[in-house]
Design a protein around this ligand. Sequence first.
Ligand code: NAD
Length: 279
Amino acid sequence: MTAEIIDGKKIAEKIINDLKSKVKNLKEKPGLALVLVGNNPASEIYVNFKEKDSKEVGLYCERFNLDKDINEMDLLKLVNDLNQKTNIHGILVQLPLPKQIDANLIIDSILPHKDVDGFTPLNLGNLVSENTILAPATARAVLYLIESTGMEIKGKNAVVVGRSNTVGKPTAMMLLEKNATVTICHSKTKNLAEHTKKADILVVACGKPRLVTKDMVKQGSVVIDVGINREGGKLIGDVDFESVKEVAGYITPVPGGVGPMTRAMLLQNTLKAMELAKR
Ligand code: NAD
């Protein structure tokens, strides 16, 4: 058996086209502020993509490239200014931030209804209490891709490898809300394979190239690879795609799986943020 490949790029393209037509018909354009601190090459690439996507869809986009040595107060001031601007509906501060800056403090200073990343304590708390307002784009992307297979999530064993606040935990919460039985694994989990082998739905977000191999995967399962790792100039996931596709029912590729969908979900969140501003 060879897994069906979930084409995240194609699904994302459709979402982006729908967004384009929606934005075209809007009198006021949704506004997104992108804040990049320093020159981490991966962060620069991500912000470039986000800027390009926003423009493509017709959003109003302001980008701030800040010096790596900026102090916390100046960054807080920028976020506060953006909080006040009526033409900015979404604010995204690209993580990670340099050491001198308390990332939690900065994220916490974004108004929750402008927090298009869904990382503020209020938005994460709302996710836990099943009262979601703005949910993290990557977790939304994962859920969308699972649902695109037609598999019902209710009652399934879902295993999430990785427990970060930005990916693993929100994904696990969203799967729980859909009534999956959820196990969260992390770097201290003993015998990872014992857990992953029971997964009808396996989401891997640990940043360890090819950690999940064929022998760790249940036959016919849905495998979503969130990982982005650079190896010899190529992007690879946390799942050993070539071997795992022999046993899984569905699998996302890297690149072309979760990545493009995360980008599309961010744009959707920005439109939602504009609706929230009107309430
Ligand atoms: P992180 O470093 O914040 O968290 C990694 C998590 O993996 C931790 O909870 C850790 O306990 C767990 N982990 C590490 N080694 C493990 C192991 N051997 N076994 C089990 N668990 C282990 O990373 P993150 O921000 O959550 O991102 C995870 C991966 O997803 C990275 O590769 C990142 O680049 C990628 N990512 C992709 C997208 C996307 O849009 N595709 C978005 C965000 C992150």
